[in-house]
Design a protein around this ligand. Structure first.
Ligand code: LLP
Length: 423
């Protein structure tokens, strides 16, 4: 089912014309389809039926409160990487016990906040963190339930900036050193080891790296059990890819089935931590054309969204489909163009070398598959207000994060007292 489609010549998110939202909210803005979010969840829920497995949404992909709450209301837990994300998950109503805390560099104060809140599982990524967590748990008189994230040294075959499961990446404890780390954890009085965690990368379009990683982790689990550890949980991480251009990522059902098959007989409760796959295709970025500038080699379509609103194209060479919001005539001629923002950097582009029907000032465009790692990675570079977010559900829509005013942005800053006095 396509939740973003042309109807009566206008692009709609479910039952709402994007043009209508633009008139009320202004541009640029992110728009999420609640039905698309629910559909992605439903596919996971159906595939996981009968399995001893739970779903923790990786909040980093899109931490808008409304998005987290939509999943929380469906019984989904949260995978978090900061206390800020924890507070969001709790504010959205996710019970602390369903929160998994991952991350390569957690501070003692953050671990303290997580234990005080009652976070269900902490995925420890280093030997130093074991000691810090043990000390913090001791201060609170608690025992912390932990997994140790291991790095299985598997090439996920994704962009170098989003692969995480290789020896040269900073994540997890090298699988060859893992037995030692588990032995250490087992000897620390305030930690309770409950399992093993992995996460090999993001935007995976093949299941083979998961198979390979699980084979390695399985044999580690057997060793750990023979060392006397209780390993009840296996956290698979996230990483399942989506369609940006012409990728053919596996279906959620295939993914869950393969993980189920590879872990069969292991006797572990599984945790899935998808981010992108739950939200990526459920969101778009809508922007207005400011002006069109013909060049010698190609035309520049300058729009009011920029690299600060969607950093993925310039940071990861990511390809996002761009469509006019008003449906072009089937026979419309196309022009070769770059869709660029108004920021003073050559890296400020949303799309390059696209053949699009000619666009003119005031027209709207839509950037597809922008629901994951879009708004969350936005900044206010060039003093551009943080891009607002909108959720559509059927024929309703609501602003779920308003655009801040310039006054609010300036009011958040302070002049040092000596300057104020001098002035
Ligand atoms: N679990 C852990 C421990 C993670 O580090 C991540 C993502 C996930 C789960 C969720 O992965 P997903 O299912 O979304 O692939 N900003 C980049 C992606 C960074 C992913 C970081 N870790 C991008 O825009 O492509």
């Amino acid at each position: 089912m396509n939740f973003f489609a042309y109807r009566n010549g206008e692009m709609h998110a479910e039952g709402v014309a994007l043009k209508t939202i633009a008139q009320q909210v202004g541009t640029p803005f992110y728009c999420y389809s609640a039905a698309a979010l629910r559909a992605a969840w439903q596919e996971f829920a159906d595939a996981m039926k009968g399995m001893n497995a739970s779903l923790c949404y990786a909040v980093k992909a899109n931490s808008n409160l409304a998005v987290i709450k939509l999943f929380g209301d469906l019984g989904v837990g949260a995978d978090i990487v900061s206390v800020g994300e924890m507070r969001r998950a709790l504010a959205a109503g996710i019970p602390a016990g369903r929160i998994v805390y991952s991350g390569v560099g957690k501070k003692a104060s953050e671990l303290m906040a997580a234990l005080e809140a009652g976070v269900g599982q902490i995925n420890v990524e280093s030997s130093a963190e074991l000691e810090t967590l043990n000390a913090v748990a001791g201060q609170l008189g608690r025992k912390a339930d932990i997994t140790i994230r291991v790095n299985p040294d598997i090439d996920a075959g994704t962009h170098e900036k989003i692969t995480t499961g290789l020896k040269e990446n900073k994540f997890g404890i090298d699988i060859d050193l893992a037995r030692g780390a588990f032995a250490k954890a087992g000897a620390l009085p305030n930690l309770r080891v409950v399992g093993v965690a992995m996460h090999i990368g993001s935007q995976l379009t093949s299941l083979q790296p998961y198979r390979d990683a699980i084979v390695r982790v399985r044999s580690l689990i057997e060793d750990l059990r023979s060392d006397g550890h209780r390993i009840d949980r296996l956290d698979i991480g996230g990483g399942l890819g989506i369609v940006y251009a012409d990728e053919t990522p596996p279906s959620i059902t295939e993914f869950v089935q393969v993980v189920g098959k590879e872990t069969a007989g292991l006797g572990c409760e599984l945790t899935f931590e998808p981010g992108r796959r739950l939200v990526g295709e459920a969101g778009v970025l809508v922007s207005e054309v400011i002006l069109v500038k013909p060049g010698v080699f190609k035309t520049f379509v300058i729009v009011d969204a920029a690299m600060n609103d969607l950093i993925r194209p310039t940071l990861y060479d990511a390809w996002h489909d761009v469509l006019p919001v008003r449906e072009p005539r089937p026979d419309a001629a196309t022009i070769r163009c770059d869709i660029v923002g108004p920021i003073c950097e050559s890296g400020d582009y949303l799309a390059q070398n696209r053949d699009l029907p000619s666009l003119s000032a005031g027209e709207l465009i839509m950037v597809r598959s922008a629901g994951a790692y879009g708004a969350v990675m936005a900044s206010s570079y060039n003093s551009r207000p943080l891009v607002p977010e909108v959720m559509v559900d059927g024929t309703r829509f609501a602003i779920t994060r308003p655009r801040p005013s310039i006054e609010e942005m300036i009011a958040a800053e302070r002049i040092p007292p000596w300057m104020a006095q001098a002035g």
